[in-house]
Ligand binder design. Structure first.
Ligand code: GLU
Length: 479
């Protein structure tokens, strides 16, 4: 084991979405790659937006995806607690350190004043930053303001004539001028901590060595480095990954087909499919085929993380899902199908008798991406009443009544295999190729595309096949 320690630090404000999960995954992959540790921490200092009720779901989703943590809730690595709202006494100690060192000062500026100042700076073409109104208040001035009942924020003093430089793990050397940053708030007037303060302190205290996170956090990083320097704590290496966007380049949302992990699970996506896709969104793998999670980790490389936005495509997720289905063995596939309820309480196992399970899985495997597809085929192949699509009806009509007479006659000959039956029908009706297979497919399944006929033959059995052929013939009689 190396000393590499990465982390996932979600704010429990809702269910995990693909963007959060990709961040968690990159950190998990890096920890695995380096034979290090992966830590989970809940950042719930924003009490209005956070709810402990989301935490079990987040943990459950991470476990489902196989992103196990070696340190965090349920796995104390000597840095507990792992919920920030339970660490307020720790943060207070660090506020005190900064106060004693004169690195911070109370700021009584109102939101309105700050807003006006920002406006004026922007109008003058300058980057908005705090003008320093409260930076040099005397003790008497501070007391007077407090006596008026004003509640101050706590601002960190940023040295004006300096700069912050760091090597971003993804974007390379970064340099920020302190004069562009300005003194910033590390504690709000209601006493709650600013996110980047607790985030930086905890990373240092918990021994995090590497942080991969979205580039929306890039502007926080120089502030966090300044804070940690002032506290004498070690900053992790930071890497800012490009954002996940939809096909139109806008931040990923529902309308791009993005969903929460919870929703993906309910629809029947397999964890390995989600992992295979997300690991490639913004990270380049030499091998573009399926990789097991451990292989994804072995081949993970910081230099393969991209700097341009990663475009999510719902179709790609389906592609990896299909790959996952193809790789599951029959039993795993059946267990997966039967652990879902794809529509209106209907379940696949209610349609498929115990002795049909193996033939069913065989027949539909190539035509199933999600459990809802299996339910569709269970209805189409094993339902009481055949439902013919318009295309199927057209094929049936084109074949004509005589074709189905021949087919029904040939059924009496007891063919064990579809091949023998098809051959007999072809000879009797003098048709071959598409003219033979399409009407048979249309009659048996009600559709013109679907599972292999030979496999259907085994699954459906001669009685059901006879019913379907008769139903197809009935369509012709009804015309
Ligand atoms: N709690 C922060 C968030 O959810 C963590 C940011 C970070 O990874 O540093 O955005």
């Amino acid at each position: 084991m190396t000393d590499t320690k990465t982390r996932f630090a979600p704010s429990p404000t809702g269910n995990l979405h693909l963007g959060n999960i990709r961040t968690a995954l990159f950190n998990w992959l890096l920890a695995r790659r380096m034979h290090g540790r992966f830590l989970l921490r809940f950042e719930d200092t924003d009490l209005e937006r956070s709810a402990a009720a989301f935490e079990p779901g987040i943990q459950d989703d991470l476990r489902w995806l196989g992103l196990d943590w070696q340190e965090g809730p349920g796995a104390d690595g000597g840095n507990a607690p792992y919920r920030q709202s339970e660490r307020l006494h720790i943060y207070q100690g660090y506020y005190d350190v900064l106060e004693r060192a004169g690195q911070v000062y109370p700021c009584f500026c109102s939101q309105q004043e700050l807003k006006l100042a920002r406006k004026a700076q922007l109008a003058a073409g300058r980057p908005p930053r705090y003008g320093g109104t409260c930076a040099h208040l005397s003790a008497a001035q501070i007391d007077a303001k407090r006596a008026q009942g004003l509640l101050p924020t706590l601002r960190f003093r940023v040295p004006d004539d300096s700069y912050v430089e760091f090597d971003d793990l993804v974007r390379g050397r970064q340099r920020f001028e302190c004069r562009d940053i300005g003194d910033f708030v590390i504690r709000r007037s209601d006493g709650t901590a600013a996110f980047f303060f607790t985030n930086a302190v905890d990373d240092a205290l918990m021994g995090i060595t590497d942080v991969l996170r979205g580039e929306d956090h890039l502007a926080n990083t120089p502030r966090q480095i300044l804070l940690l320097q002032a506290l004498g704590l070690t900053a992790p290496r930071y890497g800012h990954t490009a954002m996940l966007v939809g096909a139109d380049g806008a931040p990923l949302s529902k309308r791009h087909g993005s969903r929460s992990v919870r929703e993906l699970r309910q629809e029947g996506y397999m964890p390995a499919a989600v992992i295979n896709y997300l690991a490639r969104l913004g990270h380049h793998y030499e091998h573009d085929g399926w990789l097991q999670p451990e292989q994804l980790a072995e081949q993970f490389a910081l230099e393969h993380l991209g700097r341009s936005p990663a475009h999510f495509e719902a179709g790609q997720l389906l592609h990896w899902q299909k790959e996952a289905v193809m790789r599951a063995d029959d039993q795993a596939l059946w267990d997966w199908l039967t652990s879902h309820e794809p529509g209106d309480g209907a379940r696949v196992e209610a349609m498929v008798a115990a002795q049909q399970v193996s033939a069913f899985v065989h027949a539909v495997r190539d035509n199933v991406t999600l459990p809802s597809d299996a339910l569709h085929w269970a209805h189409a192949l094993l339902g009481r009443e055949p439902v013919f699509s318009d295309d199927a009806k057209a094929e049936i009509r084109a074949a004509g009544a005589a074709f189905f007479e021949h087919a029904l006659n040939c059924l009496t000959e007891q063919h064990d295999e579809f091949k023998g039956f098809a051959k007999a029908v072809g000879a009797a009706a003098s048709v071959k190729g598409k003219g033979l297979f399409m009407p048979l497919r249309a009659a048996l399944t009600g559709e013109i595309h679907g599972p292999e006929m030979a496999k259907l033959w085994v699954l459906m059995g001669s009685e059901r096949i006879r019913d379907r052929l008769q139903a197809a013939r009935a369509i012709l009689c009804a015309v």
